[in-house]
Design a protein around this ligand. Structure first.
Ligand SMILES: [Zn+2]
Ligand SMILES: [Zn+2]
Length: 345
């Protein structure tokens, strides 16, 4: 039995190939992948052959955001049935190392993260019609849509960012950068009790996704400013910085209140920051990296209809057009989250 896979051989060279389906171990399930979300890392791998110091050094099946339907069970699988809709958790921590022992599984020293080129050999990803995974990586979606289910991973990232922010009940929140993760931070912050969530971006398309996810106001920074929020040393309790743009971080530091918390979600290389503002306002600038337990939480919130992530999806392409899908996903004027559909056999 073979499966079609979406494999990046090197920068700019994507192939749809036929691979053998991996035989399930006794605790594994085989999933027919339904939807796969294209993430910034996939886009950078395709266009640039990596991100910063992470380089694609061997062919890699892309993708770490996916949903699907269970089609076969290993001999000892009790928790799933054929036909179950599931969200696929790309994060496999070892459970044994020092970081895992401390409960910091997102920092696992032996992390296998599907579709990531960080380690050698690369962890192969989820963009294939059939994938074999441990049952524990397949989280039930109940009656939720498979499109929503493929948003579980970025929603988990947003929920982890909320956890890093601390108590959000009654808080005034700014989200800078309203791409998929920014827009899902809006939804997660609203769900966590934030009363006001202002979202910024340079384009209207992501801002409309942020509004659909519950933002109370959107600000297009190409022709508006946040100046009105600068008074009294700044009005926002919490900022989710999802752009990693120096200008966005600078404006965020001006409008965050003294002792506010700035959660850094977006990633870039080195940039200069307003060190005197960071110190003078005693800003708590915290990083937020991936997720752990939040994946199951995200799946539960989607399953129960508490957070609907689908407003971020701007297009769905068939597998045959994976390359066009990745190129489209990089166009922030037109797209927020682009999905690939693996359904067509
Ligand atoms: Zn992602
Ligand atoms: Zn570990």
């Amino acid at each position: 039995m073979k499966t079609r896979v979406c494999r990046l051989k090197e920068a700019g060279n994507l192939e749809i190939a036929l691979d053998p389906i991996q035989q399930p171990d006794k605790g594994d399930v085989i999933v027919a992948v339904a939807n796969g979300g294209i993430c910034g890392s996939d886009i950078h791998y395709y266009h640039d052959g990596g991100i910063g110091s992470i380089r694609v050094r061997e062919p890699i099946i892309l993708g770490h955001e996916a949903s699907g339907v269970v089609v076969a069970l290993g001999s000892e699988v009790k928790s799933h049935e054929v036909g179950d809709k599931v969200a696929l958790n790309p994060s496999q921590a070892c459970g044994q190392c020092g970081q895992c022992q401390k409960g910091l599984q997102q920092h696992c020293l032996n992390m296998q993260f599907s579709g990531s080129a960080i380690r050698m050999p690369h962890a192969q990803g989820l963009f294939r019609q059939r994938v074999t995974l441990p049952q524990s990586q397949c989280i039930p979606l109940g009656d939720a849509s498979l499109a929503a289910g493929a948003c579980t991973e970025p929603l988990a990232v947003a929920l982890h960012a909320c956890r890093r922010a601390g108590d959000l009940v009654g808080r005034r929140v700014l989200v800078t950068g309203s791409g998929p993760v920014g827009s899902l931070c809006v939804g997660a912050a609203r769900y966590s009790g934030a009363v006001e969530v202002v979202a910024t971006d340079l384009h209207d398309k992501p801002l409309s996704a942020a509004m659909a996810m519950g933002a109370t106001r959107s600000v297009n920074m190409s022709d508006q400013t946040l100046e009105e929020y600068e008074r009294d040393k700044g009005l926002f309790d919490v900022v989710f910085e999802c752009s990693a743009a120096a200008s966005a971080i600078e404006s965020a530091m001006k409008v965050i209140r003294p002792s506010g918390t700035l959660v850094q979600v977006g990633v870039s290389g080195n940039l200069s920051i307003l060190m005197n503002t960071l110190v003078g306002k005693e800003i708590n600038w915290v990083g937020s990296h991936r997720f752990h337990g939040e994946f199951e939480l995200a799946a539960a919130l989607i399953r129960e209809g508490r957070i609907d992530p689908t407003p971020i999806i701007s297009a769905t392409y068939p597998l045959d057009q994976a390359e066009q899908a990745i190129v489209a996903a990089g166009d922030r004027r037109q797209h927020v989250k682009v999905h690939i559909s693996f359904n067509g056999e």
